[in-house]
Design a protein around this ligand. Structure first.
Ligand code: AMP
Ligand code: GLY
Length: 423
């Protein structure tokens, strides 16, 4: 079949890598794609990811059988619904289901109504009422914009002054910040649990851990993610079972009760509080960089699983995964997530690949035939090895050969996992 992937990041590069191995694949396209995805797919330029009707027309003209939507914005924007109406199969949930990510208030109210464990909260559209509530509750406390804010709409305030200032900062997010959630600050370790679902059956993938802060030791500003590893041992058998029974299955059933069928990848961002998982957030898509470790560990045909999610036959599929471990380190531009240089030549990718790395592109471009940096997160370097310790050592050997001016990467990806591992 002909398949089109929407998106241009490391996540979409990992999806393209995995789909390219499918026996069902005839031709792969990516819109817009990137120089890493180009290895597996024909990249389509000149059509915006926001232009639903242009994408539907392209899919019709090129006889695309199946579309995979990577990022959240096209999901929230109803691209899956339009493709569905045009009779084109799509992996990616409807706009109604994507509200789980697109509106924090929708997600929190749903969890409250159906008793899904999450932080205690209140919602506000009046800043003064929010401030009054914050004064009553005290710090630490978390303030969130309701809508999508490019990953920046959450402020974990350590003290009362910061919390009150955060309420005013929500204005900076435009319409997304008109309504806000104020919630209890949960203390624990975070884990990302991604799952396939066809709206009835939910099959979790291996648990991964992201590293959101820019510097080692979880210091510095929040980023889109500086690295990930899987499986994450903090997600013990017990935690995984609880997450499946108390969170993943109930939220899909809750959506069903509300008349919404969720098909696609459901991402639960969890906080393990006193050995039990609570929801930090839901995303309606694959996580990035988590996907760059989770998908390479899948030992089955991704396209087949995605099709089963669309057809409602996921219960019939056996989804196996490697017993090995995967680590992904993000090579970022110096200065990211603030301002950084672009157009810097990149070297060493082939050498890293010869050392066993999978190199996924995020912010790269071709200029005069040469590969250069074009974004904050430039590359994701993933290594799979027999266990986590070996994978960590191996990935950092690969990092030594990746070169561009002002390269920055964290040196402590997966360090948090080591306390759970026996020697
Ligand atoms: P979100 O965009 O909702 O994932 O929030 C971004 C980050 O803020 C999360 O990954 C957590 O590290 C942190 N965070 C969000 N909500 C809470 C909470 N209720 N308690 C503690 N940390 C939180
Ligand atoms: N890694 C966090 C996210 O994909 O939202």
């Amino acid at each position: 079949m002909n398949v089109l992937i929407i998106g241009s990041g490391g996540r979409e590069n990992a999806i393209a890598f995995k789909i390219s191995q499918s026996s069902l694949l005839k031709k792969l396209y990516a819109l817009p794609g990137n120089p890493g995805i180009e290895k597996f797919a024909e990249c389509v330029s000149g059509i915006s990811q926001d232009d639903n009707s242009a994408i539907v027309n392209f899919a019709r003209n090129e006889k695309i059988d199946f579309v995979v939507i990577g990022p959240e914005a096209p999901l929230v924007n109803g691209l899956a619904d339009e493709l569905d109406r045009a009779g084109i199969k799509v992996f990616g949930c409807s706009a109604a289901a994507a509200r789980l990510e697109g509106s924090k208030i929708f997600a929190k109210n749903l969890m409250k109504k159906y008793n899904i464990p999450t932080a205690e909260f209140e919602t506000f559209d009046n800043p003064d009422a929010a401030k009054k509530y914050i004064r009553e509750k005290g710090a630490p406390i978390v303030i969130k914009a309701d809508g999508l804010a490019a990953g920046k709409g959450v402020i974990v305030a350590e003290n009362l002054d910061d919390a009150l200032a955060a309420v005013d900062e929500m204005k900076n997010f435009g319409a997304a910040g008109n309504k806000i959630v104020v919630e209890e600050c949960m203390i624990g370790e975070e884990v990302s649990l991604l799952a396939f679902t066809d709206g009835k059956t939910v099959v979790p993938m291996v648990a991964a851990q992201d590293h959101k802060r820019v510097f080692d030791g979880d210091k510095g500003l929040n980023t889109g993610g500086m690295g990930a590893y899987a499986p994450a041992p903090v997600a013990s058998e017990k935690v995984l079972k609880l997450a499946e029974e108390k969170i993943l299955k109930p939220v899909i059933a809750a959506l069903n009760s509300e008349g919404i069928i969720y098909r696609g990848c459901l991402y639960a961002g969890l906080m393990i509080v006193d050995g039990e998982p609570k929801v930090v957030e839901f995303n309606a898509r694959f996580g990035d960089p988590e996907t760059q470790v989770v998908l390479p560990l899948l030992e089955c045909d991704l396209l087949e699983i995605m099709l089963a999610c669309v057809r409602g036959t996921l219960a019939d599929k056996k989804i196996s995964r490697s017993k090995k471990s995967a680590v992904c380190v993000i090579a970022a531009s110096g200065g990211y997530p603030k301002s950084y240089k672009k157009n810097l030549p990149i070297e060493g990718i082939e050498k890293a690949e010869s050392l066993g790395a999978l190199v996924f592109h995020a912010g790269t471009a071709k200029k005069d035939g040469k590969l250069v940096t074009s974004g904050g997160r430039v590359l994701g370097i993933t290594v799979i090895d027999d266990d986590l310790k070996k994978a960590v050592e191996h990935v950092y050997k690969c990092m030594e050969v990746i070169k561009f001016q002002d390269i920055h990467y964290r040196k402590d990806i997966a360090a948090k996992a080591m306390k759970y591992l026996s020697d």
